[in-house]
Design a protein. Structure first.
Length: 170
């Protein structure tokens, strides 16, 4: 995944300014797109560059769909309860390499005081000053306690991530 020294575990930092997290969910049958900011994150890799552990924190106050009223609804107790739980956290320590050089990361997403498994599939590629990890996942909103009629808000939330990893400082 990442070029690393052969004998030690290294911690790469997720660039909060370059990383993009986007989501899509259907609202009344129409796709609604939005984004959320990464507050902080890190990826630990072993001596071969394989991922060992990941932790990422997302700032729910930054959630943006481009429609102020919708964003306020999403921040409310009915949906994400941002005033009480302003962070969403994804952690992972189980990784499987696939035949097509991708990684499957079986992690745990914590939001609204609830935790649910969330598998993320990604591939790493060298980038400008670090490594770019392109990843995707699908979250069933009901798994984190978000209830709404399916016709109003779709169950599946498609998530796309472009995470820029910065190498350890020497």
């Amino acid at each position: 995944m990442i070029a690393a020294a052969r004998t030690t575990t290294q911690t790469w930092r997720v660039s909060d300014s370059r990383t993009q997290v986007r989501f899509t969910v259907r609202n009344l049958g129409i796709p609604v797109r939005g984004s959320i900011a990464v507050r902080c994150g890190e990826v630990q890799v072993d001596g071969t560059g394989a991922p060992v552990r990941v932790r990422a924190e997302f700032d729910l106050h930054s959630l943006d769909t481009g429609i102020t009223r919708r964003d306020a609804d999403l921040h409310s107790a009915r949906f994400l309860s941002v005033d009480r739980q302003p962070l969403m956290v994804w952690t992972c320590d189980r990784f499987t390499r696939t035949a097509d050089a991708c990684w499957l990361a079986a992690g745990l997403l914590s939001v609204r005081g609830t935790a649910t498994p969330l598998e993320v599939a990604g591939i790493a590629e060298p980038g400008d000053g670090g490594t770019l990890v392109r990843a995707a996942a699908t979250l069933d909103r009901r798994a984190v306690g978000i209830r709404a009629p399916r016709i109003v808000v779709g169950r599946a939330v498609a998530i796309e991530i472009d995470a820029w990893l910065l190498p350890p400082e020497r």
